[in-house]
Design a protein. Structure first.
Length: 490
């Protein structure tokens, strides 16, 4: 297995001029540079098809940093230091001869080299073969691929087979940037370092759990990608199921990649497949129509640039998921995610059961039961809803609900919480795989999603609609209300 002794200081980024590279990866490198976390010997080679010079590529990076890094963090010394590390190689990935140019560009670079494929999966095989043909791969080379890996269980297996032709499992880094987010890692600390929570973390004490990833963005000019994928594959298959695994898994025996992955796999194995009897009460798909966000008119999905008018691709899903194991049987996990919703909100809400014997006025009972909200966006922190007596001699024993809140930026006196990519890029260089996915997790997640799609189509369920700028379709509220539950922000 790759380990930290095999530090990599050579990084090759395929798709260097793409959206992921310029919007997410370059700012992440910038912040790492700013924090002094990059080894002096690190060199980065951007690879893309456009025939531009190194200087033009560097300028594009500077432009991207100016766009995506807030002014207060921008620092010319830092980005000059960063772009000095960066070189460029123009390469048509389908042209075998072009790999010679790549070989020349990498001549003399330190090994092991990490190769990051920020390119469509149908190019993975040709790139891996190309690298193999120029005999540049060693047993410690690393290959990094992004979610979604494939489109279905079958296509993901096909991609894995192609990667495994030239790399073994310990060389493959499958990224889900949610796992690099500080607050996602904090789930492990919260659950397993606080006996207050660990002793209550089961269906005896927890009534239901919500996971919300609402986005105000639409498809941002990515119609070709998104229409073939939909919100289920784009957000649920990896990001949300990973959050669900971290909330639901048993305590790992150790904090290492193998133990954590094993526990996540067990959750996915226990995740109940949706079936024809429960699909209408467990799975809502919807698409946004014309609407407004903060006063600005937004086109519906079918009116987006490049849209094919008859598309039935979902931009919103709400799901009632169940985990059939000793810990969670009887506690539903509600998932909700959509594009073009009222705002960007990512959070997890854990709703604890109220006490069986209620000594206060019975009319107050419906509002009791503590909730723990773990927020990933717009703030990163946790808040616990607790009940206290209303102060005032004339209030009797009327209860009020208050929030005990912890904002990680304030409590830890941080300037900024690092992005998921910062942590993950560093881990790739260090050879630390604990925050990357294993093949089995991905395949189990696909199996569950594929089945949900299949049953949904077979049972002729409607595709609902919601206006851009709303909280999704009303049917997503009904999904919870039928069990006496509510989304905590509704
Ligand atoms: C990406 C999806 O993986 O995650 C995007 O492809 C989505 O469609 C993004 O917008 C959300 O990430 P974050 O970190 O902004 O919640």
């Amino acid at each position: 297995m790759t380990n930290s002794q095999d530090k990599s200081t050579s990084f090759v980024l395929f798709g260097a001029l793409g959206d992921l590279s310029l919007r997410k990866l370059m700012p992440a490198w910038f912040y790492l540079e700013r924090s002094g976390l990059l080894d002096d010997s690190l060199r980065i080679l951007g690879v893309a098809r456009q025939d531009i010079t190194r200087e033009q590529f560097q300028q594009k990076i500077i432009d991207a940093l100016n766009l995506y890094v807030p002014d207060e963090y921008l620092d010319a010394d830092v980005y000059n230091k960063l772009i000095e590390r960066i070189n460029y190689c123009c390469c048509d990935l389908n042209n075998h001869d072009d790999y010679q140019k790549l070989e020349q560009s990498l001549n003399g670079w330190n090994k092991p080299i990490s190769y990051y494929l920020a390119i469509p999966p149908d190019l993975f095989e040709v790139v891996c073969d190309g690298l193999h043909n120029i005999q540049i791969l060693t047993k410690n080379s690393r290959i990094v691929v992004e979610k979604p890996i494939g489109y279905s269980l079958e296509s993901s297996r096909d991609i894995h087979d192609k990667l495994l032709k030239h790399f073994n499992e310990s060389q493959i880094y499958r990224i889900d940037h949610y796992l690099g987010k500080e607050t996602v890692q904090n789930l492990i600390a919260l659950r397993f370092a606080n006996s207050l929570f660990s002793s209550q973390w089961n269906s005896k004490s927890i009534e239901y759990i919500e996971i919300t990833a609402a986005e105000s963005v639409g498809i941002e000019g990515r119609w070709d990608y998104f229409d073939g994928v939909g919100q289920m594959r784009d957000m649920v298959q990896s990001h949300i199921l990973q959050l669900l695994c971290l909330i639901a898994m048993e305590p790992p025996s150790r904090l290492n990649d193998q133990s954590i992955r094993n526990e996540k796999v067990k959750v996915l194995q226990a995740l109940q497949p949706l079936n024809e009897n429960n699909i209408s009460k467990s799975f809502i798909r919807a698409q946004y129509s014309d609407g407004q966000i903060s006063g600005a008119i937004k086109p519906g999905y079918l009116n987006e640039e490049g849209a094919i008018s008859k598309s039935k691709t979902e931009t919103f899903v709400a799901i009632k998921a169940e985990i059939a194991n000793w810990r969670w049987s009887g506690t539903p996990f509600y998932i909700r995610t959509g594009k073009r919703m009222a705002g960007k909100i990512t959070n997890i809400a854990i709703h604890f059961k109220s006490d069986a014997h209620f000594i206060f006025d019975q009319d107050q009972k419906s509002s009791t039961g503590n909730s723990l909200i773990i927020s990933l966006h717009p703030t990163e922190g946790i808040s616990l809803q607790v009940f206290t007596k209303r102060h005032g001699v004339n209030e009797g024993m009327r209860l009020r609900s208050d929030l005990m809140s912890l904002d990680f930026i304030k409590s830890q006196k941080l300037l900024k919480i690092p992005s998921g990519y910062q942590r993950l890029l560093l881990d790739i260089l260090l050879g630390n795989q604990s925050l990357f996915l294993c093949k089995e997790e991905i395949e189990l997640a696909w199996e569950w999603c594929d089945n949900a799609y299949k049953i949904w189509q077979k049972s002729l369920q409607p595709l609902y609609s919601y206006p851009a700028g709303s909280n999704g379709p009303n049917e997503s509220k009904t999904l919870l209300q039928q069990n006496g539950h509510n989304w905590h922000d509704e």
